[in-house]
Design a protein around this ligand. Structure first.
Ligand code: PXG
Length: 465
């Protein structure tokens, strides 16, 4: 076969992609007919595809390229570490400098007594670790019956069998089932499910579903609760302000562990290093991945409180680990990513510059005829598309039809803004500048205008009865 390079014609790349590359979360037959968009390179917030389009990436890849594309320091760090020590394990009473340094740095950045890190290769793996960790915690404490984990419908915690089971995506459960001992409660999604209730009362009600579920199962059988601080893959669903304080109160009351999944919200996304700080929470475990290395290397982990580490650590061998736990190249790159973020004040940039600038403009999108609400925490945002905002109405068409059409207008306008059902979402690189935010808003508005006109022409601006 002739070599495949950036200069291979797009149609040929697409043909080979369809022939041999099976994509994640993709309708293969559908994509094979259409051909995937081929991305060649990235710089800052911008991508270039094989047709020469310059695309503004308002999703930071898949919520992860927080410091932007093209940072040479990270490439140089990887090259240096590969020459020094490309791999060694951390299983058999050995360790290495990148894992030590990254764990110490994370203990410094994480709030409270979250001082211990168990490394994984991804967010899914880290959440699988968490399942075993919390069950082991209660075994060591002499309460082995405490093994049920409570999570939320429409939460996302990865797609391994463990992560997918914690998540509340029915489509994932349908493909291969879910593991035992995981229960789901309702999500704090006021716009979509709040009915006539006011937002704060609804938030409280959804949090209290946790207490009802604990009482139904029996508090002596519940190990932990897991939730994303702000649901990402579920549609950037920002909980009412009453929600998290009540969840924290209930976890404390029944002594169950709180796992905060910060795979998306960690490392500056919400304007603090961790969303635990933004929402004033004291979790026992924080799940991390994505922004930890800004996506430059696959790495994830679980940050554990002193108590969790002491209890599990006192029980003899913890029978769990991955070949690539604390991988030296991934750890070195993550550490360099965190150094850059600190030295360049990236979290302060989100909090003091990018968030306030975007917040004003994002909120104004709610005046658009197609948009109901506009939500933004730090630099993760969503807008709800609706045919009738006064009633928070859904469209008569199948859910996602309007979202997909709108996303296609964004693609055509060289803006990557995703849809989840009929919500549009963004999560741009944290280094985005005010000038780039202007471009984002201009392209988003144009895409909404075009989508609105198209829906009108096709008779789709109709509310569900
Ligand atoms: N927890 C959360 C909160 C996530 O968002 C994971 C765990 C799993 O991480 P890994 O590294 O195993 O993928 C995620 C990942 C989407 C989408 O469609 C989101 C994720 C992954 C794939 C697709 O928004 N988030």
């Amino acid at each position: 076969m002739s070599s495949i390079t950036n200069n291979t014609p797009t149609a040929e790349l697409q043909r080979l992609d369809a022939a041999h590359h099976f994509h994640p979360f993709t309708d293969k037959a559908g994509l094979d007919r259409k051909g995937a968009r081929v991305i060649l390179r990235g710089e800052g917030c911008w991508l270039t595809d094989s047709e020469g389009h310059r695309i503004l990436d308002a999703m930071a890849g898949l919520w992860c390229v927080n410091i932007g594309y093209g940072r040479k320091e990270l490439a140089e760090t990887a090259a240096r570490q590969m020459q020094e020590l490309p791999y060694y394990n951390t299983f058999f009473q050995t360790t290495h400098v990148p894992a030590i340094a990254l764990a110490a740095k994370l203990a410094e950045l994480a709030p409270g007594d979250l001082n211990h890190v168990f490394f994984a290769g991804s967010g899914s793996e880290a959440n699988d670790t968490n399942i075993r960790l919390v069950r082991r915690y209660w075994q060591v404490k002499g309460q082995p019956e405490r093994r049920t984990i409570i999570a939320r419908w429409n939460g996302y915690h990865g797609s391994t069998l463990g992560g997918g089971s914690l998540g509340g995506m029915k489509g994932i459960h349908a493909h291969g089932g879910k593991i035992d001992g995981i229960e789901h409660i309702g999500q704090p999604y006021w716009w979509g499910e709040g009915g006539e209730m006011d937002e704060d009362a609804f938030g409280l009600m959804r949090a209290q579903e946790l207490e009802a579920k604990i009482l139904e199962i029996g508090a002596d059988k519940v190990a932990a609760f897991i939730g994303e601080a702000v649901q990402g893959a579920g549609g950037v669903i920002v909980p009412p302000k009453t929600y998290w304080p009540e969840i924290q109160r209930i976890c404390r009351k029944y002594g169950i562990l709180l796992i905060l999944d910060e795979v998306i919200t960690g490392f500056g996304r919400t304007g603090n290093w961790f969303a635990a700080q933004t929402f004033d929470l004291q979790p026992d475990i924080i799940t991390i991945a994505k922004g930890l290395s800004s996506g430059y290397q696959p790495i994830g982990g679980s940050i554990l409180s002193d108590d969790v580490a002491e209890v599990v650590g006192s029980g003899g061998e913890f029978a769990h680990g991955y070949t690539y736990s604390g991988h030296p190249v991934a750890a070195a790159v993550a550490l360099e990513n965190l150094r850059i973020m600190q030295d360049e004040g990236v979290v302060e940039h989100v909090r003091d510059t990018a968030h306030p600038y975007l917040a004003e403009r994002w909120a104004r999108l709610a005046d658009h005829p197609l948009v109901g609400e506009a939500k933004l925490v730090g630099l993760m945002g969503s807008i709800a598309l609706t045919p009738d905002k006064a009633r928070r109405a859904k469209f008569a068409s199948d859910e996602g039809t309007v979202g997909l059409r709108t996303r296609e207008r964004c693609f055509a306008n060289d803006l990557i803004m995703r849809h989840v059902g009929d919500r549009m979402i963004i999560s741009p690189p944290l280094v985005i500048t005010p000038e780039e935010i202007d471009i984002l808003i201009e392209r988003a508005t144009r895409s909404l205008d075009e989508s609105h006109a198209g829906l009108k022409a096709d008779g789709l601006l109709v509310a569900k009865a």
